[in-house]
Design a binder for this molecule. Structure first.
Ligand code: E4P
Length: 258
């Protein structure tokens, strides 16, 4: 073999082994989080589909019809009742007041929120004060979810500072006409390159369709977060409905079945 041939073989082997090593740290199944603060949706999604965690944001809290504290305390009670204590068992992302943009103010509110439940992860926006705050909070042992992420460059910050989660938004971008497959693949690839997979989990956020769930799974994202209706839609297919009718007709017209 020529010298350049040997170099090429060595390079390929190093790349494959690095990817195999990184995969050891990956969860085997892409997790499904529910994006909601409504207790009826949370209870249904947990009891029927076994969702793996919850993400909320100020919009979801508003839609719950409750004040912020009451809404998150109700979720904390639910988690306790179900015996799901702990971030590793059932993480619940709670977003900071978006009026806060200075790191110190964010840290203060995050400490208060985190003291309410062992399941709470603090959602911090990917702005300068947010990255500074998230870095401090992670050092204090308060886990964070770097949110409102719309580019791989922003996602790198979460890996660098050791956030528990990073939330690259998919739905908002695709609603705006952007195809997100490459964007999610790039984030997963970057996380593989630097050994962040497993340390900072990638939550593809604002997922709006079964197609987007598939894109995230193909890219190797750790988690998707979506509304209950999106998960229900991903169970169905027009041919499944048609097939059920065809088979029902056959069953009902089989000799001896009636
Ligand atoms: C993510 O964590 C956010 O809560 C969420 O996905 C925001 O998107 P929405 O527009 O679907 O609420």
């Amino acid at each position: 073999m020529t010298n350049s041939g040997t170099k090429k073989t060595l390079f390929v082997s190093v790349v494959i082994n690095k990817s195999k090593i990184n995969n050891l740290f990956k969860e085997e199944i892409m997790k499904y989080f529910l994006d909601s603060a409504k207790m009826d949706e949370i209870e249904e999604a947990y009891s029927t589909f076994g969702i793996d965690g919850i993400t909320t944001n100020p919009k979801h809290i508003k839609e719950s019809g409750k004040p912020f504290l009451k809404a998150i305390e109700d979720i904390a009670d639910f988690v306790k009742r179900e015996g799901l204590s702990g971030i590793e068992t059932f993480p619940v992302s709670v977003e900071l007041n978006p009026n806060l943009i200075e790191a110190d103010d964010m840290v203060k509110q995050a400490e208060k929120i985190a003291s309410i439940s062992d399941n709470f992860v603090i959602k911090v926006p990917c702005i300068e004060g947010g990255v500074t705050a998230a870095r401090k909070l992670e050092k204090e042992g308060i886990r964070t979810n770097l949110t409102l992420v719309f580019s791989p460059a922003q996602a790198i910050w979460a890996g660098r500072i050791g956030s528990k989660f990073v939330s690259p938004f998919v739905g908002w971008k695709e609603d705006n006409g952007e195809d997100c497959r490459q964007y999610i693949e790039d984030i997963v690839q970057i996380y593989e390159n630097y050994g962040w997979l497993g340390n900072t989990e990638i939550i593809c956020a604002a997922v709006r369709s079964p197609k987007q769930i598939v894109d995230c799974a193909v890219a190797g994202a750790d988690i998707v977060t979506a509304g209950l209706q999106v998960y229900k839609k991903a169970i169905g297919h027009a041919y499944t409905t048609q097939g059920m009718k065809t088979f029902k007709d056959a069953w009902d017209n089989t000799v001896g079945n009636n």
